[in-house]
Design a protein. Structure first.
Length: 50
């Protein structure tokens, strides 16, 4: 995991997931979790981009 990925996971979780997985289900789940609460979005981004 690169430093850029870690920084994006923390600051903009949906963007990080989009860069790793593309525009698909993982991105929309990350977007939804980030809108519900920032912490769930960050946790999900770290799990998906591992």
């Amino acid at each position: 995991m690169s430093l850029l990925t870690i920084i994006l996971n923390i600051l903009l979780p949906p963007l990080s997931v989009f860069m790793q997985k593309g525009l698909g289900g993982a991105f929309f789940i990350s977007l939804l979790l980030t809108l519900i609460g920032w912490i769930p979005g960050v946790i999900y981004a770290f799990i998906v981009t591992d």
